[in-house]
Design a protein around this ligand. Structure first.
Ligand SMILES: [Zn+2]
Length: 282
C-alpha cells in the first residue's frame, strides 16, 4: 500500500495514515442484552507525547456500528435471511464512513488530496490513507465478510488452524480482489465459488479501498495468543503453588467463585477439569 502511495505523493505533500480501532463491547445483562460497537480513529502522524494525553483527544469516535437485535420469535425463513441483511446494513454504514478513501471517490492518482489546516497554522496538501484497523479476529471476519473461524490472511483449512506451517508449505494468501469480482458478478456460480472459499457474498467496502487488507497490521492478542500464554502461565503458577503449599487455598477460592455473567459455577477443582470448552476457558 505504501509503495503505491509513495508514487503519487509530490514534494511537500503530507501523508496522513488513518488508524481505526473497533471492538464490539458487551455492556449489560440487566435490562436486555446491551451491546455497543464503536469505531475509533486517530491519525498516525502525531507525536507520542500528545497521543498519550487524554486531554488532547487524539482518538475520536467516528461511528457506532449497528448491532442487530436478537430475533427469537420470527419464522425460520426470515431468520435465515437475517444474517445477509445484517451484513448489508453494516456495510452501508461502513461505506458512509470510509467513502472518502474508496477507489470510486479517488479514481486516479491525483484525487483524494485535501487542503488541511495544520497545527502550525499552515495549510498542507494531505493524502489520507487507511493504514491500520485494529480489531480482534472474529471482528475481522465480520468486517471483511469472511465466515467465522477462518484465517484472515491465508486459505488455511479449519483443521490446520494453529498448526506450525514451514515456509515451503504455507497456504496461498487470500485475494480480496477476486472476492470483489465474484461479489460484483452476482451469479449463483460466483456465490458458490465465494462460499467454497468461506467468504460471504455481497458488497464489502474494504474491497474498494486501494490497499491490501490482509497486509494491515493485525495485533490479535486476545484470540490467538491467549490459549498458549494461559497454558504456559498455568503450568508455571501451579508449580509455584505446589512448591509453596498454596494449592488447597487456590482450589477453595476457585470453587467459591459464584455464577456471574458468562461464568458458570464450578463443581470441580481447576486441575480436575479434563476438557475446557469455550465458556470454561473464558
Ligand atoms: Zn493463515
Amino acid at each position: 500500500m505504501l509503495i503505491e502511495v509513495k508514487a503519487t505523493l509530490r514534494l511537500g505533500d503530507t501523508l496522513v495514515p488513518l488508524i481505526f480501532m473497533s471492538d464490539r463491547t458487551h455492556l449489560s445483562n440487566f435490562a436486555g442484552d446491551k451491546n455497543e460497537w464503536p469505531v475509533y480513529m486517530r491519525i498516525g502522524n502525531l507525536s507520542a507525547k500528545i497521543c498519550q494525553m487524554p486531554s488532547t483527544h487524539t482518538v475520536v469516535m467516528v461511528a457506532l456500528l449497528p448491532i442487530p437485535i436478537k430475533n427469537r420469535n420470527i419464522p425460520q425463513v426470515w431468520l435465515d435471511e437475517q444474517p445477509q441483511t445484517n451484513r448489508e446494513v453494516l456495510n452501508e454504514e461502513l461505506w458512509q464512513l470510509l467513502q472518502p478513501l474508496t477507489c470510486k471517490q479517488n479514481p486516479n492518482a491525483k484525487s483524494g488530496y485535501y487542503n488541511v489546516l495544520c497545527a502550525d497554522g499552515n495549510f498542507r496538501r494531505c493524502k489520507l490513507v487507511l493504514a491500520v484497523w485494529i480489531a480482534d479476529c472474529p471482528e475481522y471476519s465480520d468486517l471483511h465478510h469472511l465466515e467465522r473461524h477462518v484465517c484472515f490472511w491465508c486459505k488455511c483449512p479449519k483443521n490446520e488452524l494453529g498448526d506450525y506451517a514451514p515456509s515451503e508449505k504455507l497456504h496461498p494468501w487470500r485475494d480480496h480482489n477476486i472476492y470483489r469480482k465474484l461479489s460484483d458478478a452476482k451469479t449463483k456460480a460466483a456465490d458458490a465459488e465465494l462460499s467454497s472459499r468461506r467468504v460471504h457474498p455481497g458488497f464489502n467496502v474494504f474491497r474498494h479501498i486501494p490497499c491490501i487488507v490482509s497486509d494491515r497490521p493485525k495485533p490479535d492478542l486476545l484470540h490467538t495468543m491467549q490459549i498458549g500464554m494461559l497454558d504456559h502461565l498455568q503450568k508455571w503458577i501451579f508449580h509455584f503453588m505446589k512448591t509453596h503449599k498454596r494449592l488447597d487455598k487456590y482450589n477453595a477460592i476457585w470453587l467459591s467463585v459464584p455464577a456471574y455473567h458468562d461464568l458458570t459455577p464450578k463443581n470441580k477443582s481447576f486441575l480436575e477439569v479434563s476438557q475446557w470448552n469455550g465458556k470454561k476457558m473464558k
